[in-house]
Write a protein that binds this ligand. Structure first.
Ligand code: HAM
Length: 416
């Protein structure tokens, strides 16, 4: 018997109803903020991510789902941002002028060691606003993330906020980190010792408990920021304060991907355990140019859908009840039952029938399982009179209705 690949999951119909609700709730919030949906392929060129995320990042070094192809190196996308910037440039979206605000939902793939809240195929709901460096946009994006969580009835999260600064500031930050971390190296894991030379900022992302303890008291602040970045950061904080969006300053937050500059944020939830990030994002002001587009500011974020569910998304799954269930008694009634079934469906009335030759009792039980509001019974008697026996499953009332009146009868009841 075949089994799931580790780190992947089936989303069965009952759970899929919750996913549909969540997606619909997020779509309605994205519309309020004037973001439009984009769908990009799940396969992309490997080098797109190598260049965007950085050769020394965990994802590129260890977690890519590579598709072995004769001449090309493809991967299953590990994240959406680089792919959307690729689409933005390739489709000349910059030529239309101005800011482009996009949202997306879909599966992402990372070859990680599976554990609670960490899968190899997981799903993002995210957005990217490409085409502005305005601090007001940072406020909008953080506020949008907050509004999504509120609309999903999730509470108890913390918005951790930091600013990495421009490219020059990031270099300055790396320099300072190298100075501060040097004496701590013996206490850090082998990977962090390697990162010290290759990409010192990644040391702050290390999940090793010993490294976390050693780095806990590392004093970091805003002093690596140039005047322009400091002003931007200050405007973002003031904007969030004026919208009464609570955040925690997190000077240790550097994010695991190289494309980030300026504002970065991560939303954590204590109910998630070790993998406590519900979602994260930030500015990537140099990425569009780096991938061959115009120099333009951009910012976005992505939530992990599985983690939104783990954090107790308070939405109730959509109901999946049907309006009517047809039971035919005997072969003669069958063809007229199938015809009526088709008529109901084509008139927008959800309907089903028994395909398993159940007894009347069994078929009624099935109708009950489906939550059918009405059962329509057709036997030899009804067939002769061209009628059906209409049973209201809630009240238990039964009445005979002419076949040609069924649509109208059920339709009437649905409206009232
Ligand atoms: P990320 O932090 O790598 O950022 O992923 C965003 C969220 O996806 C995480 O906070 C987490 O909830 C979820 N996630 C990540 N990996 C896994 C996994 N293996 N299993 C389950 N959930 C996971 C990005 O991907 C950026 N593209 C976000 C962004 C958009 N930045 C700017 N725009």
């Amino acid at each position: 018997m075949y089994k799931l690949i580790p780190g992947t999951r089936d989303i069965l119909p009952q759970e899929a109803l919750l996913w549909q609700r969540m997606e619909a709730a997020c779509r309605s919030v994205f519309s309020l903020y004037n973001y439009h949906e984009i769908r990009t392929p799940v396969v992309e060129e490997m080098s797109l991510f190598n260049r965007s995320l950085g050769e020394t990042t965990e994802i590129v070094r260890k977690q890519m789902f590579v598709i072995n192809n004769k001449d090309d190196n493809y991967v299953l996308r590990p994240e959406g941002t680089a792919a959307i910037v690729r689409a933005y440039i390739e489709n000349n979206m910059d030529k239309a002028g101005g800011l482009v605000k996009l949202y997306y939902m879909g599966p992402m793939f990372r070859l990680e060691r599976p554990q609670k809240g960490r899968q190899r195929q997981f799903h993002h709901i995210g957005c990217e606003a490409i085409g502005s460096s305005d601090a007001g946009l940072d406020v909008e994006v953080v506020s949008l993330a907050d509004a999504l969580l509120k609309n999903l009835s999730i509470s108890g999260y913390i918005i951790n906020l930091n600013n990495l600064g421009c490219a020059a500031d990031k270099e300055e930050l790396a320099l300072r980190l190298r100075r501060k971390i040097k004496d701590l190296l013996p206490k850090l894991c082998a990977d962090c010792n390697q990162r010290y030379d290759s990409n010192v900022m990644r040391i702050l992302d290390c999940k090793n408990p010993d490294c976390k303890t050693a780095l806990e008291h590392l004093d970091l602040d805003e002093s690596h920021l140039c005047a322009g970045c400091r002003k931007h950061f200050s405007a973002v904080k003031t904007g969030l304060d004026s919208l009464k969006i609570a955040y925690a300053l997190a000077p240790h937050l550097v994010r695991g991907l190289d494309y980030y500059t300026g504002t970065v944020f991560e939303i954590t939830h204590s109910g998630l355990g070790a993998q406590d990030a519900l979602g994260a994002g930030g500015r990537y002001d140099n990425l569009v140019k780096q991938l061959g587009g115009p120099a333009t500011g951009s910012i976005g974020f992505a939530f992990g859908v599985e983690r939104l569910i783990l954090a107790g998304c308070g939405l109730k799954p959509a109901e999946n009840k049907i309006t009517s269930y047809i039971i035919s008694l005997g072969d003669n009634a069958r063809s007229s039952a199938l015809k009526l079934l088709d008529t109901l469906r084509r008139n927008g009335i959800s309907a089903d029938t028994d395909y398993e030759s159940k007894s009347l009792k069994g078929a009624l039980r099935k109708a009950n399982d489906y939550g059918a509001k009405f059962v329509l019974i057709i036997g030899d008697d009804e067939l002769k009179k061209n009628t059906v026996m209409l049973k209201d499953m809630e009240s238990g009332e039964q009445r005979e209705v002419k076949v040609e009146d069924v649509v109208q009868e059920l339709g009437k009841d649905l409206v009232t």
